[in-house]
Design a protein around this ligand. Structure first.
Ligand code: MOS
Length: 694
């Protein structure tokens, strides 16, 4: 495999190429594209959790001036494929969860569409529903695989036997709640039907993924669906796979030909329609000797999926490889409920799956009276305990050492409940972070030398706020050995060569490798004699090292918390992390990814929780007034550092992916700090003041 050994642009703190357009408001987001003859759509949602629609009276809504059409299952165009039940909307009267799309109003203005939607009268035949996740749920089952393709259960050795004879054990259950992705830009689509196919302006993490899902639904060839998405205001996984609103917009475009149908979900609608993080119930067992050396580690997970479609999150997978222990067990059991389909939310699997074990390790450290940094170092495996493969690079111990030094960990008093003069209890905590190095197959890049001597580099990649516009420019510049100013990058359009989604922290690995391959081909084909008009393409190569090495990014997270002894109020004055993420393509945008994810980790630790009403089956706190996330005042000093170096087995750039690792371990570090401050062990997120009052 080729490598970008000589880098000039890569590693430089380039400012965002799209920065000026964004801050001056000229970067069009999906809903803002200037389209001729727009019409506005508002989705109608089911108000029962299970059953069917028995009647829809649209007469009052239809009489409102400006209403163009009302779409229901009775008049909706037929879809050609029911392969994905989440996308199979308006084809029958069935209701699979509360909030499911059962229709839409299309009108001349967004206000009219919304008003008319509120006047559609719907009656239902409701059936009993089941929306509560419990460990004693009568229909828990083992999925065949967990995402994306891992075994559901693993066991090596005998955990029960090790637990029975160990000097020290931890045997506790931890829970993380349902959480919802809340990117700043809501999900939005403009759909235009042109007789031969659709053009969509969409807010998505992958234009080709949207095309791939929509084309067969409408009986079209892929090339008949064009998806354009140059700028995206965040996704965190909820825009990584298409959801039903994109289908709805296309159905609308078919029903009002000649109009560009604009659909933006409201914040409240997003709580039913674009996925969420499953709640998890994690039974963790640790067995160790008196010095904290693990004999056994086990995580048995219960979580939910939707009856409509299976989504099996891989929560226990980090337990399979994080620490050395001869006896190891993991399992996943699902309850299929009458709820929307869960989906990706930043570090699905690793994020909740690093909370429980990393808090359990802190409990073990306390039980053994071993410093929690030292405890992790004592359990460092020299190779992947599961596969036996060597690590491509694993510098977790260095992250722990450097983080401890930068944070001032050596001053830490092992005794909890240090108290200052104003009644604040002060504590510090640590946890490890991890995220796999992922490469998605099949991205292609095209490079063309223009008349002006600039290179046009085309790939249908996505910039969801991560910095792709800038980082791919840097990679292309080094791969062609020219200044970044000579690179004209094109992304976010299915007219460009095919690209994988911005997901699984795989973007730079997948797209960057394709660009490097294209640049190599360009230089091989045209050498120093390249002339305007010369072109070359390249594709993400397979990585044979995937099978031979265990590849992950690692990190160490440190947090200081203050808890008020009388009120239970929790503050996080500072948090610091050190990451082993290979070569950092752009320190400026990378820092944003790290501290953004750490902020989301604080949010997970202290704020986020979607509350499902058992009686009605919807998320009650379905807006940003009641679904809490941190504001500026909740975030203190945040620092992200990284170890210099590269991992050239991961990809030619030597980078390991950075979009998600910053959230893994963050909530555990805070929970561990809360214990150090209060001597109260909170095992159920979020950590709210009521859990800290005696
Ligand atoms: Mo990310 S949750 O893999 O889009």
């Amino acid at each position: 495999m080729s490598s970008l050994l000589e880098t000039r642009a890569v590693g430089a703190p380039l400012s965002r190429r799209d920065g000026v357009a964004k801050v001056t408001g000229t970067a069009p987001y999906a809903f803002e594209h200037d389209v001729p003859n727009p019409a506005y759509m508002h989705a109608l949602q089911a108000t029962i959790a299970r059953g069917s629609v028995s009647g829809i009276d649209t007469s009052e809504a239809e009489s409102i001036p400006g209403v163009l059409s009302i779409l229901t299952y009775r008049n909706a165009p037929r879809l050609a494929s029911d392969a994905n039940p989440e996308l199979w909307i308006l084809q029958d009267a069935d209701v699979a969860f509360r909030g499911q799309i059962i229709g839409a109003v299309i009108a001349d203005s967004a206000e009219t569409a919304r008003e008319a939607a509120s006047r559609v009268r719907v009656s239902y035949d409701a059936r009993p529903h089941d929306v509560v996740l419990r460990t004693d749920h009568e229909h828990l089952y083992a999925p065949e695989k967990v995402n994306p393709n891992f075994p559901t259960d693993t066991e090596q050795g005998d955990v029960d036997a090790a637990m029975a004879v160990a000097e020290v054990t931890v045997d506790k259950t931890y829970t993380t709640p349902m959480e919802h992705n809340n990117p700043m830009e809501p999900h939005a689509t403009i759909a235009i039907y042109g007789g031969q196919g659709f053009t969509l302006y969409d807010s998505t993490q992958g234009v080709h993924a949207v095309r791939q899902a929509l084309a067969p639904l409408f009986g079209l060839q892929a090339h008949q669906v064009r998806v354009i998405s140059p700028f995206v205001g965040g996704g965190f996984g909820s825009k990584g796979t298409p959801h039903s609103h994109q289908v709805l917009a296309c159905l609308g475009a078919l029903i009002v030909p000649g109009r560009a149908v604009k659909l933006a979900l409201t914040r409240q609608q997003m709580f039913a329609l674009v996925g969420y993080r499953t709640p998890t119930i994690q039974h963790v067992r640790l067995a160790a000797d008196r010095d904290g050396r693990l004999q056994a580690i086990s995580n048995e997970v219960v979580e939910l999926t939707a009856k409509l479609k299976e989504f099996a999150e891989q929560t226990a997978t980090p337990t399979r490889f994080m620490y050395a222990a001869p006896h190891r067990k993991t399992s996943h059991r699902l309850a299929a409920l009458d709820l929307p389909v869960p989906s990706w939310m930043r570090a699905p699997g690793e994020c909740p799956g690093m909370f429980a074990p990393e808090v359990a390790l802190d409990e073990l450290a306390v039980a053994c009276r071993v410093d929690p940094v030292e405890l992790r170092i004592r359990n460092e495996p020299d190779r992947d305990p599961e596969s036996g493969n060597p690590w491509s690079t694993r510098r977790l111990v260095e992250c722990l050492h450097e983080g401890a030094e930068r944070f001032g960990w050596s001053d830490r008093d092992a005794t909890p409940r240090r108290r200052d003069a104003n009644g604040w209890l002060i504590g510090t905590g640590v946890a490890s972070a991890v995220y796999p190095v992922a490469r998605m197959p099949g991205s292609q890049a095209r490079i063309r030398l223009g008349d002006d001597g600039d290179y046009t580099v085309s790939i249908g990649a996505a910039d969801i706020g991560t910095g792709t516009w800038t980082t791919l420019t840097q990679i292309a510049a080094d791969a062609l050995a020219v200044d970044p100013e000579r690179i004209d990058l094109r992304i976010g359009d299915t007219q460009l060569p095919k690209a994988s989604v911005a997901g699984g922290s795989s973007g730079i690995t997948s797209w960057g490798s394709a660009i490097v391959a294209a640049a190599e081909n360009f230089r091989a084909d045209h050498g120093d004699a390249a002339a305007p008009g010369d072109e070359a393409s390249g594709e993400t190569p397979e990585n044979l090292d995937d099978e031979r090495f265990a590849m992950y990014a690692f990190g160490a997270q440190f947090a200081e918390v203050r808890v008020h002894a009388d009120t239970g109020e929790i503050r996080v004055p500072r948090m610091l992390a050190v990451f082993d993420a290979g070569r950092i393509i752009n320190p400026k945008t990378a820092r944003s990814q790290f501290i953004g994810a750490m902020t989301m980790g604080i949010s997970m630790a202290l704020h986020e929780q979607s509350v499902v009403d058992p009686q009605f089956g919807h998320v009650v706190n379905h807006d940003l007034a009641e679904y809490h996330i941190p504001v500026n005042a909740d975030i203190g000093e945040l620092d992200a550092f990284w170890l210099d170096g590269h991992d050239l087995r991961a990809n030619p750039m030597g980078s390991k992916g950075i979009g998600e690792i910053g959230i893994t371990g963050a909530a555990a570090a805070i929970a561990n700090a809360v214990f150090h401050a209060t001597a109260i062990r909170v095992r159920d997120l979020p950590i709210t003041p009521d859990k800290l009052l005696d």
